[in-house]
Design a binder for this molecule. Structure first.
Ligand code: PA5
Length: 426
């Protein structure tokens, strides 16, 4: 991953970061890098995520799914247990990876009505093994396969912790079961079985995804001058301190649209703490140039835009046509047009004094997505260190999960009691 921070500096943007401030930031980054590196070598909770490119066995995952013969995969999971897998397969252009994360019955009915059960594997993922949405969806999916006379046990892989209701269900049916590695929070687990089972079933080169992750991990050095991942995290924090409370993440590649969703989870759930944290906004270039860009350019001075693109991609020529005013298109490709749109957005933001950061990767392929995932995880961990927040916990998310379970008649929880109290005052 390469970074261009020129449009986030105070010569271009208001609020931007001065070169003096960058030097001070570099010292803080060096200290934080020491903490991160020590956390990685001791495999401490959260920091261990950055070791996944080394500790995940692609061969182990491939062995576990070897008996599954499928053309499509239905992933049942939510949040960190779903977005990594979706991000990876979408980056690789896969159309046959379906996701059941939400529990909207209408959407579920539509999806199950359209699914070819015979050729679709079920990939159930829950680190805790207790998440109500995932467990409910799994029971619904099993039932739908049974109703169609298709043996779901032959097509199901479970990734979960050592114990819990999902582990019990897997043991009961003797399903292949993979572990969520120790010390890795859900949203940092894309480069483990959590994110790699689906692409492995679909035949992608998951070792190449890990390779990309290794390259990102090996590029973590103590200075923002040589470490794009840390530079991104540090710049985002410096901008937030200057009032940049929104981070609009705008890839110029359809295949990276789910990456923006994954980024939004990572940034919000990891850094939204102690009254701090940028609000991530999801955008897609060039589509959202025709809508959201108006706000990012001419709205409040509280937004940075992260512009992401591959430097190489498959392309398509625009056919020439003999119409006045369209000649310029005839000499171009769709890729040329997309690049021109990218540069126009960047320049338009700079002209309005709005900060942006340019992120480039060589190609959106297995290696590229592995690199991006680990680079942004490292960026987020660096940001968390500089902000002094607990990057790897998510108490507000757990609050909602505990409340939902209690309200549905599971074990009584303080959170469910709080919701009932609130209902009484309505
Ligand atoms: O990042 C997180 O911790 C969350 O988004 C979880 O991944 C999500 O709540 C799902 O949890 P689980 O994997 O326990 O089902």
């Amino acid at each position: 991953m390469q970074l261009d921070i020129g449009n986030a500096l105070d010569s271009v943007a208001t609020p931007g970061v001065s070169t003096d401030a960058l030097d001070r930031l570099d010292d803080a980054v060096a200290d934080a890098h020491e903490t991160i590196a020590a956390g990685m070598s001791n495999a401490r909770f959260g920091y261990a995520s950055l070791n996944l490119p080394e500790t995940t066995s692609a061969a182990g995952i491939e062995r576990a799914v070897d008996s599954i013969d499928a053309d499509a995969v239905l992933t049942v999971g939510i949040g960190g247990s779903a977005l990594g897998a979706k991000t990876i397969t979408a980056a690789l252009g896969e159309a046959n990876h379906f996701l059941l994360d939400n529990v909207d019955p209408e959407a579920t009915n539509r999806l199950l009505d359209a699914l070819d059960f015979e050729s679709t594997a079920i990939n159930v993922v829950s680190k805790s093994g207790t998440t109500a949405e995932t467990l409910a969806n799994f029971l619904v999916v099993r039932d739908a396969y049974e109703a169609a006379g298709v043996d779901w046990t032959e097509r199901t892989v479970v990734t979960t912790g050592e114990s819990g209701p999902l582990a019990e269900l897997a043991a009961e049916e003797e399903l292949p079961k993979l572990a969520v590695p120790d010390g890795v929070p859900g949203r940092f687990s894309a480069l483990s079985a959590v994110g790699l089972v689906a692409p492995a079933i679909l035949g992608y080169d998951i070792e190449a995804v890990l390779d990309g992750g290794r390259e990102a991990r090996d590029s973590l050095t103590e200075s923002i001058d040589d470490c794009p991942a840390y530079a991104y995290g540090a710049l985002a924090v410096a901008l937030e301190r200057r009032g940049v409370h929104t981070n609009a993440f705008m890839p110029y590649a359809e295949a990276l649209e789910p990456f923006a969703e994954w980024f939004a989870q990572l940034w919000a759930e990891s850094l939204g703490k102690d009254g701090q944290g940028q609000t991530p906004a999801r955008a897609l270039g060039a589509t959202d140039q025709h809508s959201q860009l108006q706000l990012y350019r001419a709205g409040r001075h509280d937004t940075m835009v992260t512009l992401v693109r591959p430097t190489a991609r498959d392309d398509r020529e625009i056919p020439a046509v003999d119409v006045e005013g369209l000649a310029y298109l005839g000499d171009a490709t769709l890729g040329d047009l997309l690049d021109a749109e990218f540069e126009a957005t960047e320049a338009s933001l700079a002209a309005a004094d709005k900060p942006s950061i340019r992120v480039e990767l060589d190609r959106v392929d297995e290696h590229g997505i592995g690199d991006l995932l680990v680079s942004f995880e490292a960026a987020c961990i660096m940001a968390g260190e500089l902000m002094g927040v607990e990057t790897f916990t998510q108490p507000a998310v757990e609050w909602g999960k505990n409340a939902a379970r209690g309200l549905l008649g599971g074990e009584e929880t303080a959170e469910a009691a709080a919701v009932r109290d609130k209902r009484e005052y309505r």
